[in-house]
Design a protein around this ligand. Structure first.
Ligand code: AKB
Length: 317
């Protein structure tokens, strides 16, 4: 990886991944953004930025030519709950956007990373120790688009030799940029409420386990999969990766170790709950470990400690 284009550079993953890649790569790491979401601050000052709507294939091609891009991180997506409200737009961005990228990558010999998710699984999937290769059949539009993303990415690899690779991200927890419209967002928002001294109203029911991961592990996975030895990859799109799994009660009680007066109540959102119930409790990531050496470094305790101290610093508390 030398010259990289990050599409969706100001989102939850992109804002941190762009900075990590700029520290890691020898060439240009271009922050691609859409109108109304231009980079600011250090993201803007530390490297080039270009308007790059995933639905505009010509714009993507112009940037790839201009910067001699060899790797594209495609982070443009509507998350699961918002995709249920806007299913046609979700399909347009997730699938037609990906096709634009894959066509440019095919012409210009670029590698492509497009994340998949625990959301690619569905109610018929084995929920405990979810295998790498198993029935998926999701019923949400987010899930349908993620399965199609995995298949299209593999199609371009097998048919045209485009170097596509991907991981199935758990819910990502971070303290820099908030997610928006996901089913796992509660696991980020609960920290903001605790640090600000607010009661947290949880939209996900007690007992609902989902895979979660702290952002530094997710960023490392996104870099390591693209740098993995291709001869060792049996799978490509997409690898299960796991770090921790918890339900709202576990994270609530963990935060109470820092804030004993912190309170959480429930107001379960039927849309998010329906999606969460169809997702794995915890995935088996053996294939990622064996094929490219994946291993998580941050568990629940370390994540909680770092989230709380980072948010306290962010809000000067
Ligand atoms: C969501 O909740 O939609 C995402 C995801 C798990 O892919 N965070």
């Amino acid at each position: 990886m030398k010259n990289v284009l990050v599409i969706g550079s100001t989102g939850q993953i992109g804002s941190e991944l762009t900075m990590k890649l700029r520290a890691h790569c020898s060439g240009n790491v271009v922050a691609g953004y859409i109108e109304g979401a231009a980079p600011t601050g250090v993201l803007l000052e530390s490297g080039p930025a270009e308007l790059c709507n995933v639905l505009d294939g010509q714009a993507i091609e112009n940037i790839v030519r201009k910067y001699d891009i060899d790797t594209i991180y495609n982070l443009a997506a509507l998350l699961s709950a918002v995709a249920e409200r806007k299913p046609l737009l979700a399909w347009e961005i997730q699938i037609n956007g990906l096709l634009n990228i894959l066509e440019v990558a095919r012409e210009h010999h670029a590698a492509v990373f497009t994340p998949s998710s625990i959301g690619s699984f569905g109610p018929d999937t084995p929920h405990v120790n979810t295998p790498q290769d198993t029935v998926q059949r999701p019923r949400s539009m987010y899930g349908c688009s993620k399965v199609a993303t995995e298949l299209l990415s593999d199609y371009y690899f097998h048919k045209y030799g485009v170097d596509t690779r991907s991981v199935r991200f758990p819910g990502l927890i971070s303290n820099v940029t908030l997610p928006g419209g996901g089913t796992t967002d509660y696991a980020v928002e609960i920290f903001y409420a605790a640090v600000k001294g607010e009661t947290f109203i949880c939209p996900i029911a007690a007992g609902t386990f989902m895979d979660m991961m702290y952002m530094p592990d997710a960023l490392r996975a996104a870099v390591e999969i693209m740098e993995a030895d291709p001869s060792k990859l049996i799978h490509r799109n997409s690898f299960n990766i796991a770090a921790m799994s918890f339900d709202p009660e576990i994270i609530y009680h963990k935060i109470q170790e820092y804030y004993p007066d912190f309170r959480m109540t429930y107001d379960v959102d039927p849309v998010r709950q329906g999606i969460a119930d169809s997702w794995p409790d915890n995935m088996d990531d053996t294939c990622a470990r064996n094929e490219w050496g994946w291993h998580p470094e941050i568990g629940l305790d370390e994540m909680c400690e770092d989230m709380i101290s980072s948010l306290k610093a962010k809000f000067h508390i």
